[in-house]
Every structure is written in C-alpha cells, then in structure tokens.
Design a binder for this molecule. Structure first.
Ligand SMILES: [Zn+2]
Length: 290
C-alpha cells in the first residue's frame, strides 16, 4: 500500500516553476493543498497603500474624504482583479499537472458558501467553484487516496475568531458563551467526518490552520494562534497525519500523540512537503524548498 503525496499550501497567487518541476519529478499519486491560493503580486503595494491611508485619515474608512474613498475602491477593485487572475492561473497550472488534487480554503480564499463575504483583495473569485479535471474541493468531505482517507476541513479559525480579536478570556467571561458555541459547532462537524473513518491510523486531516501550540507562534504578538478544536480532535482520533500551513515562517514537522503534524510552509516561496507511506502504512515526511 505504498503511497506518495505532495502537500502544498499558501501559494498566494504565485506557483513557481521550480515547484511545478519538483512535483513532476516526484510523480505523486495525489496533491493536497491546505488553502491560500489567493494573493496578489502587489502585496507590498497594497500594504503600503493601506498604511498610508490609516496614517493620513485614521482607521475607519467611512470617515475618509470622499475622493479618497472613491480612489480606494478603484484601487482595490483593480488589485482584486489581478488577484483573481493570478489565482485562476495557479489552478490552471495545477490542473495541467494531470495529478488528482484535493484542496481546502485558507483565510485569503473566498468560497461561495461562506457568509462572511469576500476579502477586499481576493477579487470576485470563489475557489470552490473552480472547474478542473483533476481538482476537487474537499472542505467537510472525506476522499480516498491510496489506502488513506483524506478529511478536508478548511477555513480560518472558525472557533477562535473572537478569541483572536479579544485575546484569551477566562471561561466565565460573558463573551465566552458565543465562542463556546462556535467551537462546539466546529467540533461536531469535524467529529462527523471522523465518524466516517474506520481506521484513523490510515487518515490524513487537511486543514488551513495548524493545531494550537504547534507551528503557530506569532512572534509579533508573542502568542500561539493555532486552532484549539483541531488540536482536541487530533488528540481524540489520532489521525496518521495532519497537513496545514497558514504560518508561512513555520514550515516543519511536529507530533501530537500519534499524529504527525506537517506545516507544509510557504508555497509561494517554493516550500512544500513530501508525505510517503510504505507497504505497511508507516508514514514518513520530507520538508522541501525548491
Ligand atoms: Zn498563507
């Protein structure tokens, strides 16, 4: 039952030729992408523009002078179009590899079922609506790859969004009730997927966020920002592997109980991961940068 998979994430609009060539060389049975296809070649330009606006007019856009609001809308619409074009090209290039590719969404990607609306610089582009012969969006789905089941659960910090904004709260804080409900909902949805799996030691969990306290330390905030529910579910079911990305600076391999947790790194900069299983199902992971 030997198996070879390429795991890739955080492509952000730029799929390097060296990555395409490396994937062809490796010839995997499948590719898993942990989200963040979307990006813009103008990232630095966008950030500088946003910073200048905030410095000059403060952070609340409705109070900006009208001419600035109009100028901003035009600029962001143009950047959105560029981002959408780049994302479409990434999908096209991946599809052309002719290798089955399973993917979930990251925080930069828009999906049609997500009520939160689109990010300003992701453009009018829903990544779950992409059509390609070899591409399959597997958020909240389970698919078979070789002898393994791949469980897709994308998105961004479903349970902890409020915690991210508010910071750590004591359990008896009134804001915790809402957070607990969102966490419960996420746990229930993830456990429903694990309920379909007979043998978790032959399962791969594909997420965008890393589990809490692994590959998730944000130096600027001196805090771990990984997903707590994902960690709890991993501890309960112990899938063979969890593949994630999101923290570009933390490509790496770690372990939670029996689960190998792989942050496949910053795909846009040529990082990816090779996951191999031998005939007995024993899994090994190799971190790559090309
Ligand atoms: Zn990313």
């Amino acid at each position: 039952m030997s198996l070879k998979i390429v795991a890739l994430g955080c492509i952000h609009g730029v799929l390097k030729k060296s990555v395409v060539e490396a994937i062809k060389r490796e010839g995997p049975e499948a590719i898993l992408v942990s989200g963040d296809f979307t990006g813009s070649v103008h990232d630095d330009e966008v950030r500088k523009y946003e910073k200048d606006l905030v410095e000059n007019f403060g952070p609340i856009s409705q109070f900006w002078p009208l001419r600035v609001q109009i100028d901003s809308e035009k600029k962001f619409a143009r950047w959105g179009r560029i981002a959408a074009e780049n994302t479409a090209k990434v999908f096209n290039d991946l599809d052309k590899l002719g290798i089955p590719l399973y993917y979930v969404h990251g925080n930069w990607d828009s999906v049609s079922t997500d009520g939160r609306g689109m990010l300003e610089n992701s453009g009018d582009f829903f990544i779950d609506q992409v059509e390609g012969k070899n591409l399959k969006f597997i958020h909240e789905k389970v698919v078979k790859v070789g002898g393994f089941s791949v469980i897709g659960f994308g998105g961004y910090r479903g349970s902890s969004a409020k915690e991210y904004l508010i910071g750590d709260l004591p359990e008896d804080d009134p804001n915790m009730e809402g957070i607990r409900q969102v966490r419960e909902d996420m746990r229930r949805r993830m456990e429903r997927l694990f309920g379909k799996i007979k043998d978790p030691s032959r399962a791969i969990l594909l997420t965008h966020d890393p589990p809490y306290k692994l590959h998730d330390y944000l130096e600027a905030a001196k805090k771990n920002y990984g997903e707590k529910v994902t960690r709890e579910v991993i501890e309960k079911y112990e899938p063979a592997v969890c593949v994630c990305s999101h923290f570009h600076e933390h490509q790496g391999l770690g372990k939670i109980k029996k689960t190998l947790v792989v942050n496949s790194g910053y795909g846009r900069e040529g990082q990816f991961t090779l996951i191999e299983a031998d005939a007995s199902g024993r899994v090994s992971v190799t971190l790559k940068k090309v």
